[in-house]
Design a protein around this ligand. Structure first.
Ligand SMILES: Nc1ncnc2c1ncn2[C@@H]1O[C@H](COP(=O)(O)OP(=O)(O)O)[C@@H](O)[C@H]1O
Ligand SMILES: N[C@@H](CCC(=O)OP(=O)(O)O)C(=O)O
Length: 373
C-alpha cells in the first residue's frame, strides 16, 4: 500500500476509565495499532482527547467536573499524565511524540495558522508523531473548537490527510442511540451526510466524552467537504487501523466529496477567518467570479460596508444574496474612492479598475453557485 497521511482521533472514553484515570490497557492497544501504521510507512497525526477525563481524580474530584475552572484544572493535570504515558508507551517502538496544544484563535490568525501547518509538516518529515489536543486550560468557552471531533476534522483538512479515523467506544453510527434504543441498526456506509441525519442524531455521549455521535457527524461533514474520507468506529489489536485502511474496519465509512482538495489558504478563508466587511457586486461581476473563473475587479463593486485594510477577509453579496468570502487587496477607503469617482467627468484620467479579490483568495458558496446555475 502506498504511503498515506492518516489522522487518528481517540475519544476520552477510549483512553480512560469512569474514575478519572488513564486506562493503561486501552491506551496501549491504540499505541500498538499506531505503531503498526507507522511500520507500514504511513504518516500519522494523533488527535487525543482525555485530558479532563485523565486528570479529575488526581485533582480530587469523584466525577468529571462541570465548572469551567474544574475542567480547565483537570485538563492541566490530565494532559501531562497523558503525554507522559504516550512517551513511555511509544518509546519501545522508537516513536517520539510531540505535544501540540491548539486553540481556536491559533486558527483564526493567518500567521499562526501557517506556522502550525509548517510545524506539523516539519515534525512529520522528521519522523515525529504529533499529538494534538485543544489547549483546554486557556480556551475560553465561547472560542473553542467545540470538541476534538471538530478539531480532528479541521486538522485532517489542514494537513491534506488521506483518511480521518475517529476511534470511539462504539462500533459506528447507528440509526438511533443504541444505549437508549436496543433496536437501533448500524449504518455501514454513508455517501452523504444530510442535515436531517444530523438533526436526528443524539448529542448524548459517554460519561467522559463530549458531544456524542452528533459532534462526530458534524465533524465528518466538515472533513468530507475538505476532501478527507472518514471512518468512525472501534476495534482491538495491532491491526485495527490497518484494517480500517483496507476497508475492513469495525465501524461506519463516510465518503469524501469530489470537489477536489482545497488549499490551506482557501481553507483558512472559508473556515477560520473573521469577515470584517461586506461587498455588494453587480451582475457582470457575479457572472465573472462564479462562472468565468475571474478575479473580482473594483468596477463590479456597487457598495462597500465596514472598514477593512489589505489582507482582511470580506463577505461578497450578489443579486440573490451571499456568494462567498475573499481576502482583499485594497482597503475599504480606496475602494470607496473608486466607487465615488465613477461618472465624475472632471477627472481627466479615470481611475482604472483594480483587482479587489484575486481568484486564489476567493472561496465561493457552493449552495449559491448551484442555485444560480
Ligand atoms: N446514533 C448513534 N450511533 C452511535 N452512537 C451514538 C448515537 N447517538 C449517540 N451515541 C452515543 O455516542 C457515544 C460516543 O460519543 P462520545 O462519548 O462523545 O465519544 P468519544 O469520547 O469517543 O468522543 C456512544 O457511546 C453512544 O452512546
Ligand atoms: N480536550 C478535551 C476533550 C474534548 C472532547 O471532545 O472529548 P471527546 O468527546 O472524548 O473526544 C480533553 O482532552 O479532555
Amino acid at each position: 500500500m502506498a504511503k498515506e497521511r492518516i489522522v487518528v482521533k481517540i475519544g476520552s472514553s477510549s483512553l480512560t476509565n469512569d474514575k478519572g484515570e488513564i486506562d493503561q490497557a486501552k491506551l496501549m492497544d491504540h499505541v500498538q495499532a499506531i505503531a503498526a501504521l507507522r511500520m507500514a510507512k504511513h504518516e500519522v497525526i494523533l488527535v487525543s482527547s482525555g485530558a479532563v477525563a485523565a486528570g479529575f481524580a488526581r485533582l480530587g474530584y469523584s466525577s468529571r467536573p462541570v465548572t469551567l475552572k474544574g475542567k480547565q484544572a483537570a485538563a492541566a493535570v490530565g494532559q501531562s499524565l497523558l503525554i507522559q504515558t504516550y512517551i513511555e508507551k511509544f518509546s519501545p517502538f522508537n516513536i517520539t511524540p510531540a505535544q501540540l496544544l491548539l486553540t481556536r484563535s491559533d486558527f483564526s490568525n493567518q500567521e499562526r495558522y501557517q506556522n502550525a501547518f509548517a510545524t506539523i509538516n516539519e515534525l512529520l518529515e522528521r519522523g515525529i508523531l504529533p499529538i494534538i489536543n485543544e489547549n483546554d486550560t486557556v480556551s475560553v468557552e465561547e472560542l473553542t473548537f467545540g470538541d476534538n471531533d471538530m478539531l480532528s476534522a479541521l486538522v485532517s483538512g489542514f494537513v491534506h490527510a488521506n483518511q480521518l479515523i475517529i476511534l470511539t467506544d462504539i462500533n459506528g453510527i447507528y440509526d438511533g442511540n443504541p444505549k437508549s434504543n436496543p433496536e437501533a441498526k448500524k449504518i455501514h456506509y454513508i455517501k452523504e451526510i444530510t442535515d436531517e441525519m444530523i438533526a436526528v442524531t443524539d448529542a448524548t455521549g459517554s460519561k467522559v466524552g463530549t458531544g456524542g455521535m452528533k459532534s462526530k457527524l458534524l465533524a465528518a461533514k466538515t472533513a468530507v467537504s475538505l476532501g478527507v474520507p472518514v471512518f468512525i468506529g472501534t476495534g482491538t489489536g495491532d491491526d485495527k487501523l490497518i484494517e480500517v485502511l483496507d476497508g475492513k474496519g469495525n465501524g461506519t465509512y463516510i465518503a469524501k466529496h469530489n470537489f477536489g482538495t482545497i488549499n490551506t489558504r482557501k481553507q483558512w478563508i472559508a473556515l477560520h477567518s473573521e469577515s470584517v466587511g461586506k461587498l455588494y457586486i453587480d451582475n457582470g461581476a457575479e457572472e465573472a467570479i462564479l462562472f468565468n473563473g475571474k478575479s473580482l475587479l473594483s468596477a463590479g463593486v456597487i457598495e462597500v460596508k465596514g472598514t477593512f485594510t489589505k489582507g482582511d477577509v470580506v463577505e461578497v453579496f450578489g443579486t440573490k444574496g451571499f456568494l462567498g468570502k475573499g481576502q482583499v487587496k485594497c482597503s475599504s477607503n480606496d475602494l470607496q474612492l473608486d466607487i465615488d469617482s465613477r461618472g465624475v467627468e472632471t477627472l481627466e484620467i479615470p481611475i482604472p479598475s483594480t483587482e479587489v479579490i484575486h481568484r486564489d483568495a476567493w472561496v465561493e458558496s457552493r449552495e449559491m453557485k448551484e442555485e444560480l446555475t
